[in-house]
Design a binder for this molecule. Structure first.
Ligand SMILES: [Zn+2]
Length: 471
C-alpha cells in the first residue's frame, strides 16, 4: 500500500515539474523540495540479536522495548564474504571492511578490503560517490575513527583497512606484529592514497567521529599534515563538543573528537571485564557446581571519559541539520555505533550495552527528523555477528554434581530490574574475541515496505538504497 501511495505521489510531482518547466520559480523549488529523498543508514557494528537482547534486558528490562523494536519493517540479512585467493569460495564469517563494502558498493569481497574487489583489487563505486554524482548531499557519522573500516567503505577504495593514514601505507605494523602493505595504493604509484587522504578528496559533505591522529600525519609528498590539507580542500575542522554545538557554517565539516575511537558510555565496575570461572582443584573427586567460583556480579557504571565527547545522538542531530539544508535532491547519511563490536572483542559487555543505547538514541533523532521529512528511508542493521552470548546464570546441568563452567570468559551484570545478566565470550583464548557468522537484523521504517524483502543479502540492501534514491 505504501509503495503504491509513493508511486502515485511521484507521478503527480513529475507532472508538476513538467508543467513548471525549467524556470526557477518558488513553485519549482517547493516541488523540488518534495522530490528530495533521504536515506539514513544506521549500522550497529557487531549488533546481532544477542547484542540487542543483552542491551534490551539491561536498558529497558526483559519485557521492555527499545525504539528499535517499534520499527515496522523487520528482515534477516545474510552476511557474505569470499576468499581473497579464490573469490569463488564462500567464507562464512565476515569483518567490518568486507561487510561494509557489501552495504556500500553491493560487492561481496574478502575480509580486510575496503571498496575493492577480492583478488583483482578493482575499485567499486560506493554510495557516497553515486549519491553525490546524482546531486545528493552525503555524510558519515561514527563513534570509531572516521577512517575505520565501516565508514571508510562508504567513501574509500583500498586493499587493506589498516592503511588509515599516510604513515600506515607501507613498512608499518599493527599490534606490533602484522605487517601492512598498501604501497600499490600510494599516490606516487598512481593510487588514491591512504583512507584519511581519500576522505579529504571524497565528495563527502560531512564526517563526524574520532580519528584525529590519522589527520595529524604528514600528507604523502607534502610537508603539511592532513588537517591543513583538509582545510585547503574546504573542510571546517571541529575538535570538541563545543565546536560541534556552536557550529554555523555552510562549509564541508570534518569533526574529529578523539585521537582514535570515541570513548564509550558505560564500563564494568572499576573497568572490570569478563573473567574466567575458577574451578576448585581441592575437591575434584566429588565436584559440584559449587566448587566453581564464578565471577562476582557487578553493575555497569558511567565511563568517565565519555562525558567530554559528543554523543552519537549529538553528532546525528548536527548531521541531519547540516545535510538537510538546501538539499534539493536529498541526502545519504551513514551512522555507525562502532564499539558494540569493539567492546565485544575486549569482553566488555557494559561497553557494548552503552553503545546500543547510543544507537537507539541516534535512531530517535532520525525518527524525529522523519516526522517533518517523510520521504526518508531509515535502515538499521549490523555488519556482522559478534562473540557475546547471553547464557544462564544457573546451569541447566547444575544438579549433575559436575563442575559446570564455561571454557571462555564470563561477566555477570546486575541489571536495573535487579536480576543478573550473564554474558559469555568463548570464541578465543587470546586478548581478543572473534566475530561470528550469524545472520543479522535489518529494521526499517514504513518507507521500506515493498522495497526490502524479509530475507536479503547486504548487497541487496545496497540495491534497495540505490532504488529508493533513484541513483
Ligand atoms: Zn570487529
Amino acid at each position: 500500500m505504501f509503495s503504491v501511495t509513493r508511486k502515485v505521489g511521484s507521478v503527480v510531482l513529475c507532472m508538476l515539474v513538467a508543467s513548471f518547466g525549467a524556470e526557477a520559480t518558488d513553485e519549482t523549488s517547493i516541488t523540488r523540495a518534495h522530490l528530495a529523498k533521504n536515506v539514513i543508514l544506521i549500522i550497529g557494528d557487531g549488533m546481532d540479536d544477542h547484542q540487542l537482547t543483552i542491551a534490551r534486558n539491561y536498558l529497558v528490562g526483559a519485557r521492555g522495548k527499545l525504539s528499535l523494536d517499534h520499527l515496522p519493517s523487520r528482515s534477516a540479512v545474510q552476511v557474505l564474504a569470499v576468499d581473497e585467493s579464490n573469490p569463488e569460495r564462500a567464507v562464512y564469517v565476515a569483518d567490518s571492511a568486507n561487510s561494509a563494502t557489501a552495504l556500500a558498493t553491493g560487492l561481496v569481497t574478502s575480509r580486510g578490503r575496503v571498496g575493492t574487489s577480492a583478488g583483482a583489487d578493482n575499485d567499486i563505486p560506493n554510495l557516497v560517490e553515486l549519491a553525490a554524482a546524482a546531486g545528493l548531499k552525503t555524510g558519515i557519522v561514527s563513534t570509531a575513527s572516521v577512517t575505520d573500516a565501516s565508514p571508510a567503505a562508504f567513501y574509500a577504495h583500498i586493499s587493506f583497512r589498516a592503511c588509515e593514514n599516510p604513515a600506515m601505507m607501507k613498512d608499518a605494523l599493527i599490534y606490533d606484529r602484522l605487517r601492512v602493505d598498501c604501497s600499490a595504493d600510494l599516490k606516487a604509484r598512481g593510487g588514491l592514497g591512504s583512507i584519511a587522504e581519500q576522505l579529504i578528496s571524497s565528495p563527502l559533505d560531512l564526517a563526524l567521529g574520532g580519528g584525529l591522529r590519522h589527520f595529524q600525519e604528514r600528507a604523502e609528498g607534502r610537508d603539511q599534515n592532513l588537517l591543513v590539507v583538509a582545510e585547503e580542500e574546504g573542510f571546517q575542522i571541529l575538535q570538541s563538543r563545543t565546536d560541534l554545538q556552536s557550529l554555523a557554517t555552510d562549509k564541508k565539516i570534518l569533526g574529529l573528537f578523539a585521537p582514535s575511537t570515541l570513548p564509550v558510555r558505560l564500563r564494568g565496575e572499576g573497568g572490570r571485564v569478563a573473567e574466567s570461572p575458577e574451578p576448585s582443584l581441592l575437591n575434584h573427586i566429588h565436584w559440584s557446581q559449587g566448587d566453581v567460583e564464578q565471577p562476582a556480579p557487578m553493575r555497569c557504571e558511567p565511563e568517565p571519559e565519555f562525558a567530554g565527547t559528543p554523543s552519537l545522538k549529538q553528532m546525528t542531530d548536527v548531521a541531519l541539520s547540516q545535510l538537510s539544508q538546501n538539499a534539493e535532491r536529498g541526502f545519504f547519511l551513514m551512522i555507525e555505533s562502532a564499539s558494540i563490536d569493539k567492546k565485544s572483542h575486549t569482553r566488555e559487555a557494559c561497553g557494548s550495552i552503552g553503545e546500543v543505547a547510543q544507537l537507539n538514541e541516534a535512531l530517535d533523532s532520525a525518527l524525529n527528523f522523519v516526522a517533518s521529512h517523510p520521504n526518508t528511508l531509515i535502515l538499521v542493521t549490523a555488519d556482522h555477528g559478534q562473540a557475546a552470548q547471553l547464557v544462564p546464570v544457573e546451569s541447566l546441568f547444575a544438579g549433575f554434581n559436575l563442575p559446570v563452567f564455561t571454557p571462555g570468559k564470563l561477566i555477570r551484570i546486575v541489571t536495573p530490574e535487579n536480576s543478573i545478566l550473564a554474558v559469555n565470550y568463548a570464541t578465543n583464548d587470546i586478548f581478543a574475541e572473534e566475530h561470528t557468522g550469524v545472520n543479522v537484523p535489518l529494521l526499517a521504517n514504513d518507507q521500506a515496505f515493498g522495497l526490502v524483502p524479509s530475507m536479503l543479502t547486504q548487497s541487496e540492501i545496497f540495491d534497495a538504497i540505490k532504488t529508493y534514491l533513484a541513483l
